[in-house]
Design a protein around this ligand. Sequence first.
Ligand code: GAL
Length: 378
Amino acid sequence: MKISFLSFLMLFQIVSYGQRTYQNFNPGKIWEDNQGVHINAHGGGFLIHDDTYYWFGEHKIAGKEGNKAQVGVSVYSSKDLYNWKNEGIALEVHDDPNSLLVKGCIIERPKVIYNHKTGKFVMWFHHELKDQGYKAAMTGLALSDHVTGPYRYIKSVNPHAGQWPANYPDSLKSKPVNLDEIERWSKEWKEAVVDGIFVRRDFERGQMARDMTLFVDDDGKAYHFHSSEENQTLHIAELTEDYLDFSGNYTRVLHGQQNEAPAVFKKDGKYYMFSSGLTGWNPNPGKSAVADHPLGPWTPLGNPCIGTEDEMNTTFWSQSTYVIPVIDKKNAFIFVGDRWTPDNPIDGRYILLPVEFEAGKPVLRWYEQWDLTFFDKK
Ligand code: GAL
């Protein structure tokens, strides 16, 4: 029997460190880090910096309490996307009960981007305040000089207090906010939602910002995408040059279409978005959309999943979280989704699938096991 040098090396590594070396993706399976522990970075965001991938995500603990932030945001690094080194906790929750980031608050979908002008790593995340469920609907900001942290918590906001979306017609600005008078889910309610009744309701205090992602364009401009208006409409907001604030320029997109879990990427000058519907931790049919500019308008492209009815109805039992552009491979993108396990969140699994393009649309198929050579065959 011939054993290749590589297999020998792998065997040596397993025997000597008890550590697994991966050479492919196994969506939905336990995925061990360099210490042999299942990766703990849910609702993740990926940053490429100095030819290395960094994976930031919600650190979960066992049991239902694990759905709240007991520890903070984890970070892992990898050179090949298969094998991940645990780099520890990038952003820690606080013990101080007066801090908004106190242990027991909710931190979701953390995303980190690098600002070339300031040399800072900027983290934004969905932040809910302790003991308030999902009511606060804020976005939080943390900052570091080093990619793996520690990140310093700066603030949490309901963005755009006193600012109208760029595409909000003047004719709507003075319309009444008569939410109590219209029956929820009635035709009138839906029309009012599409017309942005919640934008007017939240105009003074600032808008709701729940599921979110960040996207940095080739010109260095960064955009903050978030589910707003009771998750009925997405808001896309330009960040300031230093990425530490909202510039004030923002749009409402896909009005009343109930998008969560946005994940954005750019291919051949066009912007694509995967997202989900609103069923909490339970999966639902995925959605996709395309635009010529991050601020929109966005055109829906339908469910990107191709597979069995069950797979299409559940996005392969996952919810979108990010799209990773592969280093040094043109037009190679990886869809990342979470398979949530809210009863024992630490056991949540990750679905990584290649993004394929058919008739100008991004599509996803299930592959039980695959590797990056997938993109060379295209
Ligand atoms: C999902 C959302 C998750 C989390 C969850 C809570 O819809 O995408 O990030 O907020 O709801 O139920």
